[in-house]
Design a protein. Structure first.
Length: 173
């Protein structure tokens, strides 16, 4: 009888270890989902959360994060686009009395060139009252992030940006 008790205890320990393995795997998948979400990859994050729930259907954090991701996916994508845009460094940007449209066209070409065609912004000017039409821009900048260049252009023109899904929309301030 003394040999039976250790065997039962050993079987119990083995079944406990197998029960914990899916929970650890689900937690690992959940953590990878969080990392993907923080990096701005909503699609990958959703896949990790779904995999975590397949591994452990009771993983409450994965279920909650998947629901939140469905709500916040557009905002995450927007933040990623803004970050990608802002990460481009413009080595030299000079304008002398350029119109806003000319400045935006030159700026767009500089972004495309300095991002190796990885980022190509679409600028749309929404100005029904023509408040930005007469604006002139003069700049001489070196080694400036694209977000900073845009800020300086729009400060001089009296506009502000709105990052939409497919374009950077310029509106009067």
């Amino acid at each position: 009888m003394s040999k039976i008790i250790p065997l039962i205890v050993a079987c119990s320990l083995v079944s406990t270890a197998f029960a914990q393995a899916p929970a650890k795997t689900a937690e690992s998948l959940y953590q990878q989902g969080l990392a993907a979400e923080k990096a701005g990859d909503a699609a990958a994050a959703g896949n990790f959360y779904k995999d975590a729930l397949q591994t452990d259907p009771k993983h409450a954090n994965a279920r909650f994060s998947l629901g939140q991701l469905k709500i916040n996916a557009p905002a995450i994508a927007l933040k990623t686009r803004e970050g990608k845009f802002g990460a481009v460094i413009i080595p030299v940007f000079q304008l002398d009395q350029a119109t806003l449209q000319e400045a935006l066209e030159a700026f767009s070409l500089m972004i495309e060139k300095n991002s190796n065609a990885d980022t190509t912004p679409n600028f749309v000017v929404e100005d029904p009252g023509k408040r930005l039409a007469g604006a002139r821009v003069t700049l001489s900048l070196k080694n400036t992030p694209a977000r900073g260049v845009l800020k300086y252009i729009l400060d001089q023109a009296g506009g502000k940006p709105r990052f939409d899904e497919h374009a950077v929309v310029i509106i009067p301030r």
